[in-house]
Design a protein around this ligand. Structure first.
Ligand code: ADP
Ligand code: MG
Ligand code: ZN
Length: 505
């Protein structure tokens, strides 16, 4: 608010001046009928507002800069790590920083290079802001929270001066945690020319490299899309520590629900365990608002405790309003993801036994995929044709499994990466390694021949995947069921499915 006052004030003054000028020229006072006096007076009257206008032009910029510090939330937060349920791994990485913020000298005396920037990445609502605030709370230092979007302005240089003002404030505090939410607003990969953003980014980078070793200042930044960030941000000495903040697993959801149920009376028929089981893909923030919504439902019916019925109603409202995963299709989407990932996992176990599968999950990663089956490829120099075909089949198995599960018409867009991977491999097989389907080799051939050969490899991979899935239908179905129930499966679970449900004819 404050920032607009100088501007409004000068505008008012200017209107007043112009008005008086107008009045003056219309009702010319008798004693100034003299031509020269009139000109002089007019000049004087026009120059005053002009002068005002010119001096007030700098005002808004200065006002905006101080305005930025009013956006920041400072003071030592009361939040603690104990307020953060789940996210254990992320908290562990942050725990190291507490000592460093409290006693930077202890580290700098020993010549230890101290982490300056930590990037938290994960979906919205997974507790990134909460953890940053808790870090400041644990270290007992002021917390400066800003949003990246507030540093990108129309006027070139405003964002940069805001960054400098922010760091100046933090330095004055001595020790501090600075939190940049939505850092991607400033730190997107530099593609098109945007001077303002570029200057803001440079200011941030130079402030960060300007830290002295005795400073107990740590900069945390949050984003939900780490892949879009400019490499300059990720270099050593900047945000070189990256912490993934995943969506909570089943047991983590229970812990988060317990934290937020502390101040809410639940009736005896409510099982938070069941609620946790029903809320796959919910973030911490969503779980919190689910309980809040249930409390509101209970209050509306003038209940004294929150019942299972209230929770069910709240759940319906939540699922209906959810943008991702998509509203009413939420359950179907989850099932389809399970079928898809089970397809990848099964084919990996069958076709690439030497690639040790570690786990398969339907919980999305911070990198945009709906689920993943992680396999560790063996280290080797050469791949055989047969093996490359297997890799194509594994990549396409997700889509094939979806087809089996819900039919050709209900395919999801979740296989885009898989298709890209398979097509890329087929292209290299043909164009780089001269591998043709059907046992022939070829080195010189036309564009059409190449494309035809690649398509044949893809078709073969697809048929291999579909055939395998059909022959191992019971094992694949069991894997899908288990995934829906447990969300994440380890290597043993996958292999057990295969031995418990042997191949059909
Ligand atoms: P993000 O910054 O990742 O978008 P926030 O930290 O803003 O998420 O989370 C919003 C709210 O959701 C928190 O204030 C808290 O109430 C709840 N929440 C999220 N994650 C957790 C968690 N791990 N434990 C407890 N509460 C959580
Ligand atoms: Mg946040
Ligand atoms: Zn896939």
């Amino acid at each position: 608010m404050q920032t607009h006052r100088p501007r409004a004030f000068s505008a008012l003054l200017m209107t007043l001046m112009l008005l008086s000028m107008l009045l003056f020229s219309i009702f010319r006072p008798a004693e100034t009928s003299d031509q020269l006096t009139r000109i002089l007076l007019t000049l004087l009257l026009t120059s005053i507002p002009l002068l005002f206008f010119l001096t007030s032009r700098r005002e808004p910029a200065r006002g905006f800069v101080t305005g930025a510090s009013s956006l920041t939330e400072c003071g030592v937060p009361s939040t603690r790590f104990a307020d953060v349920a789940a996210n254990d791994e992320a908290l562990e990485s942050l725990r190291d920083l507490i000592d460093f913020i409290k006693e930077p000298e202890k580290f700098s005396h020993l010549g230890a290079r101290i982490p300056r920037g930590v990037l938290l990445y994960g979906m919205p609502g997974t507790g990134k802001t909460l953890m940053a605030r808790a870090l400041a709370g644990e270290a007992g230092v002021p917390f400066f929270a800003v949003n990246g979007a507030d540093f990108v302005e129309m006027y070139v240089g405003v964002g940069a001066s805001r960054v400098r003002a922010l760091f100046q404030k933090a330095r004055k505090a001595g020790r501090a945690v600075i939190f940049f939410d939505e850092i991607d607003a400033i730190g997107k990969k530099r593609t098109n020319q945007n001077d303002e953003r570029e200057q803001t980014l440079n200011a941030l980078l130079s402030e960060m490299s300007g830290f002295r070793d005795g400073d107990g200042i740590v900069v945390l930044a949050a984003t939900n899309r780490v892949d879009t960030l400019d490499d300059a941000l990720l270099r050593p000495g900047r945000f070189d520590r990256r912490i993934e903040v995943p969506l909570p697993s089943l047991s983590e959801r229970l812990k988060i629900l317990e934290v937020h149920a502390r101040n809410k009376p639940l009736s005896a028929d409510v099982s938070l365990q069941d609620v946790a089981a029903e809320t796959a893909l919910f973030s911490g923030a969503r779980l919190e608002s689910l309980l809040n919504e249930a409390a509101i439902v209970a209050a509306k019916r003038s209940g004294t405790v929150i019942s299972q019925d209230d929770l069910d109603k709240a759940m319906d409202t939540m699922l209906f309003g959810m943008d991702r995963p998509g509203g009413l299709n939420y359950r179907q989407e989850k099932e389809q993801t399970a079928a898809h990932e089970a397809g990848h996992a099964l084919l990996t176990a069958l076709l690439l036994p030497e690639s040790a599968i570690r786990k398969v999950s339907i919980i999305p990663t911070g990198k945009g995929a709906a689920g993943y089956s992680m396999a560790i490829p063996p280290e080797k120099l050469f791949y055989q044709k047969r093996e490359l075909l297997s890799h194509i089949a594994v990549a396409l198995a997700g889509r094939e499994a979806e087809k089996l599960y819900s039919g050709d018409d209900n395919l999801s867009t979740g296989a885009a990466n898989d298709i890209e991977k398979a097509a890329g491999l087929a292209q290299r097989m043909v164009c780089e390694w001269g591998m043709m389907p059907g046992g022939t080799e070829a080195y010189l051939f036309s564009q059409a021949q190449r494309e035809n050969a690649q398509q044949q490899w893809l078709d073969m991979g697809q048929q291999l995947a579909a055939g395998m899935l059909r022959r191992h239908m019971p094992a694949w179905q069991q894997l899908t069921r288990l995934l829906l129930e447990k969300e994440t499966l380890g290597k043993e679970d996958i292999l057990r499915c295969l031995t418990d449900f042997p191949r059909q004819q």
